[in-house]
Design a protein around this ligand. Structure first.
Ligand code: HEC
Ligand code: HEC
Length: 345
């Protein structure tokens, strides 16, 4: 509004209208400040978090998050209505589960251990193969996979469109007249991009807001300085996102990244997992073959099995029982209870 109009109005009607104008002005200015009511999903992140790459046209909005969340929790995404994304990615377990391999439809089992979806929107590559590059593409995998949801997009869209409230949400969030593959993959991607964890004890310690105990401090030193952990589990998300072999077996049942590339040099390489919320995501490794952190550390301590592609950083080291406990105590500081609470169902 032009300021002179306002003055003119006041002159004409008298000062009793001033409070009314103040209220209007307050709402106009505050909605400008919060970007016309847009929620900022990235507010308050630590400085070492990079900018999340978001595909053009799929910017995060409240409506899209709501639709993605609804889909993520909906068992109708599986052929017989038995399994939802949360069946294997349980919010209470940092969006992982407690099985070594997860149960899909009709008692079949997924081929690998369900990973946490903590900070999944930052991953430049997906799955243990480290091959797919967007969450939108990744969403097609579990829906179609025989051992997971065993469904297909066309039939799924037909099913969901029978519910007018889904159609309404598709219109509201993507301006389309029906739920389809475009909407389903993009909404699921959007919801998963909001699963951001940055309030673990260790994050607060880095900000100077919490102190580590003696044991946690010793574990931190082992993790970053004395052992080689932080050379692979590095950076803000405790992974450098590369695929590596950490010597679990001499002969692997799972060919790892080679499954996607067919290159012998990629045999038994697996994407390095984040260690955020690791306390909640046992059992560990691509096949869930190690049931505890103690077991994981024993594995690294032994130097692992010989495999042609084993990374040279994996070699035997000395570690006492109390140092093992120090390392576990440090790993527990990566648990973000605020994140768990926020996404609780
Ligand atoms: C039957 C269990 C199961 C169901 C149901 C399931 N997943 Fe998964 N998910 C897995 C497993 C196992 C992996 C690892 C697969 C691999 O690496 O080949 C995985 C991997 C992922 C990843 C990759 C994470 C990363 O860091 O690379 C994402 C993202 C994901 N799932 C999202 C979803 C979504 C979205 C749904 C629902 C549409 C879903 N999942 C349903 C078991 C499941
Ligand atoms: C050469 C790179 C490398 C080094 C060094 C390394 N890791 Fe790993 N780590 C990996 C890879 C790759 C996996 C996944 C392997 C698989 O699934 O088969 C993994 C898996 C893990 C897991 C299981 C994660 C999960 O969600 O299942 C934990 C815990 C772990 N590492 C902790 C450590 C600790 C502690 C150290 C230091 C003693 C360490 N790592 C050193 C590459 C490495």
């Amino acid at each position: 509004m032009h300021p002179f109009h306002y003055l003119y109005f006041v002159k004409k009607r008298g000062t009793r209208f001033i409070p009314y104008f103040l209220v209007v002005a307050f709402f106009a200015i505050s909605s400008l400040l919060v970007g016309f009511g847009k929620k900022n999903y990235f507010k308050g992140l630590p400085a070492d978090f990079p900018e999340m790459k978001i595909p053009e046209g799929n910017e995060i909005t409240k409506d899209r998050v709501a639709l993605g969340k609804r889909l993520f929790f909906d068992k109708n995404l599986s052929v017989n209505g038995e399994v939802a994304c949360i069946s294997c990615h349980n919010p209470a377990l940092a969006f992982a589960d407690d099985q070594s391999i997860s149960g899909g439809v009709e008692g079949r089992f997924a081929k690998r251990n369900a990973p946490t979806l903590t900070n999944v929107g930052y991953n430049p590559v997906y799955l243990f193969d480290g091959f797919l590059t967007t969450l939108e593409m990744q969403a097609l995998v579990p829906i179609q996979e025989h051992e997971e949801m065993d469904f297909n997009m066309v039939e799924l869209a037909k099913r969901l469109n029978q519910d007018p409230s889904y159609v309404k949400q598709a219109q509201k969030s993507y301006g389309r007249n029906a739920v389809d593959g475009y909407v389903i993959t993009r909404a699921l991607g959007t919801y998963q991009r909001t699963l951001i964890s940055y309030n673990s004890k260790y994050d607060l310690y880095k900000k100077g807001k919490r102190k580590l105990s003696d044991s946690e401090e010793k574990g931190r030193d082992l993790f970053f300085n004395k052992l080689h952990c932080a050379q692979c589990h590095s950076g803000f998300n405790f992974t450098n996102f590369s695929t590596q072999n950490n010597g679990l077996y001499e002969i692997y049942a799972d060919s790892g990244r080679m499954r996607a590339t067919e290159l012998e040099s990629d045999r038994a390489l697996f994407k390095i997992p984040t260690l955020r919320n690791i306390q909640l995501t046992a059992p560990y490794m691509h096949d869930g073959s190690i049931s505890s952190l103690k077991g994981v550390i024993a594995h690294y301590k032994s130097g692992g099995k010989n495999h042609a592609n084993k990374n040279e950083l994996i070699k035997p080291f000395e570690l006492s029982d109390s140092e093992t406990q120090n390392l576990i105590d440090f790993l527990y500081t990566l648990t973000d209870w605020k994140f768990i609470k926020k996404h609780k169902v």
